[in-house]
Design a protein around this ligand. Structure first.
Ligand SMILES: Cc1cc2nc3c(=O)[nH]c(=O)nc-3n(C[C@H](O)[C@H](O)[C@H](O)COP(=O)(O)O)c2cc1C
Length: 148
């Protein structure tokens, strides 16, 4: 059983719902997920992370993710972490999914290994955000199988 920390950035619940759907699928496939609605670095004990976040303002992080991002920024070395990021955003903004991209960049800058390019889900698309995320899961699982 492989443990995954699912770190949620969500203001109105869309990203949280997507994270919960991903957790359900992963839990049914030999993973054990740990959802973090108010993420705190000290509570993320396992080295596999899945960040699911929306974007607000002019490309800002959702409020609940900000303390975690500050903790990451203060952290020297995250080279033991492997991660993937799912962004939920709106392509009518110039700053489409910028929080997701910035989070991936921050983790990479701290030495963490990115398993896959950021999945940028667009709420303007016809597909439901959770369906787009679930369709991407096999690619993540393939990377996780190689990573573990
Ligand atoms: C005030 C406001 C600002 C937003 N700014 C951005 C943005 O800069 N980039 C982006 O991709 N989406 C932006 N969005 C779209 C949200 O990220 C999108 O609606 C998302 O589904 C919200 O997820 P949540 O319910 O988990 O917070 C914005 C939405 C609102 C209401």
């Amino acid at each position: 059983m492989r443990n995954i920390e699912i770190i949620i950035g969500s203001q109105m619940g869309s990203a949280e719902y997507v994270a919960e759907q991903l957790a359900e699928q992963l839990d049914a496939n030999e993973f054990s997920t740990h959802l973090h609605e108010q993420p705190d670095l000290s509570a993320c004990q396992h080295p596999l992370w899945l960040v699911v976040t929306s974007t607000y303002g002019a490309g800002d992080y959702p409020d609940n993710l900000l303390p975690f991002i500050e903790q990451l920024s203060d952290h020297e070395d995250l080279s033991h972490i492997q991660f993937a990021v799912v962004g939920i955003g709106d392509s009518s903004y110039d700053t489409f999914n910028l929080a997701a991209s910035n989070c991936a960049q921050l983790l990479t800058n701290k030495g963490a290994q990115q398993l896959l390019p950021v999945l940028k889900i667009d709420v303007q698309d016809e597909a439901l955000p959770e369906d787009a995320a679930i369709a991407w899961l096999p690619a993540l699982k393939q990377q996780l199988d190689q990573a573990c």
